[in-house]
Design a protein around this ligand. Structure first.
Ligand SMILES: NC(=O)c1ccc[n+]([C@@H]2O[C@H](COP(=O)([O-])OP(=O)(O)OC[C@H]3O[C@@H](n4cnc5c(N)ncnc54)[C@H](OP(=O)(O)O)[C@@H]3O)[C@@H](O)[C@H]2O)c1
Length: 328
């Protein structure tokens, strides 16, 4: 497995990570046994970076990952996140907290659920606009001093927040949505700020939540509680418009003798050696397919064709129904 550096001064990690979120929530039914086999298979195939968060499955995802990596801790570069606080009484309700005392409590709770002594990477999941980022990152820095966390990251942070955070404590990675159909960070200053500070970009939802793989045929196929049922890009006319874009990826994939998922991942990997996509899957079959994308080199002609089909803003519909929680 190719490795990439997590920020200028950071450690080497596998060129792609494994997103574990969908194993516990948001994308249809759960199969914990297959998910654990998938995590084990990922480690065997040389993937080191596993991505989870305290809010996925309201803690269940961290428990699942913890169970999977028991006895294998040294082979894992374990990333988790804090900051999106859920209401146990109302499944969809969320608030953001970056208060220092909350950061310390959230980290201890994640360590307990994962049953580990430290996290390799700890992200603030969403910036709390009511708490100066210097205070939140100050608290995160104290976790590093205490040996509970090795590296710090932010997710969906604006260029300004990223720079302010990095001035308090080195930030190793910023985790943002980045894929053929979500290219916001290329023009809103986030990528420029990350590169100026030597911060790696961990690309989440690199397969467009499955859409870019071509395997999503109709929104009605999703389970009733699947997040994508209400995600603007997956509904109504937007779905049909976006399917037409994906047909172009499928065409290129056929020509190259690969899959659409592999084209989507190879396109991201070609954005720079500081980009680490974390495709999510609960199945070993998809995992193997995604790992093979690391070896795929797209030609300049392929890249130009994809750029032409997916200029920034090409996708129909916003990426979240509520955009107030992103690009903060
Ligand atoms: N920081 C944030 O705010 C944030 C937000 C979202 C996600 N994330 C992280 O990023 C990770 C990845 O993003 P994501 O899971 O949202 O989206 P994704 O990686 O773009 O897509 C995941 C979906 O694609 C399917 N899939 C995966 N490989 C496939 C293949 N080769 N062929 C066909 N379908 C395939 C999966 O199916 P199966 O599930 O059936 O395997 C799943 O439904 C998450 O797991 C999470 O750790 C972070």
């Amino acid at each position: 497995m190719e490795t990439r550096r997590l920020g200028n001064a950071g450690p080497l990690v596998s060129a792609i990570g494994l997103g574990c979120m969908g194993m516990s929530e948001f994308y249809g039914s759960r199969d914990d046994a297959e998910s654990i086999r998938t995590i084990h298979h990922a480690l065997e195939r040389g993937i080191t970076m596993l991505d989870t968060a305290d809010m996925y499955g309201s803690g269940d995802n961290e428990r699942l990952v913890g169970k999977a990596i028991a006895g294998k801790r040294e082979r894992v570069f374990l990333a988790s996140k804090f900051g999106i606080v859920r209401d146990p009484q109302a499944a969809g309700a969320r608030r953001i907290s970056g208060r220092p005392e909350y950061v310390a409590r959230a980290c201890d709770a994640s360590l307990r659920r994962l049953d580990v002594e430290y996290l390799d990477l700890y992200y603030q999941h969403r910036v709390d606009l009511e708490v100066p980022i210097e205070e939140t990152v100050g608290a995160m820095g104290r976790l590093v001093e205490a040996g509970k966390v090795r590296y710090l990251g932010l997710s969906e942070a604006s260029a300004t927040h990223l720079r302010r955070a990095h001035a308090v404590h080195p930030i190793a990675a910023v985790q943002n949505e980045w894929s053929l159909w979500t290219r916001d960070l290329e023009s809103n200053g986030q990528l420029e700020a990350a590169r100026a500070c030597g911060i790696a970009v961990v690309a989440y939802s690199p397969l467009g939540r499955g859409f870019l793989t071509g395997s999503v045929r109709a929104p009605e196929e999703f389970a009733t509680d699947d997040f994508r049922r209400t995600s603007p890009r997956f509904v109504g006319e937007n779905f049909a418009k976006n399917r037409a874009l994906v047909a172009e990826v499928e065409g290129l994939a056929r020509q190259r003798g690969v899959t659409s998922a592999q084209i989507a991942l190879a396109w991201l990997l070609a954005r720079g050696s500081d980009v680490i996509p974390i495709p999510g899957t609960k199945r070993r079959r998809y995992l193997d397919e995604n790992i093979a994308a690391v070896e795929l080199r797209l030609s300049d002609e392929d890249l130009a064709r994809l750029d032409c089909v997916f200029p920034p803003g090409a996708a129909a519909g916003e990426r979240y129904a509520d955009m107030s929680f992103v690009n903060r």
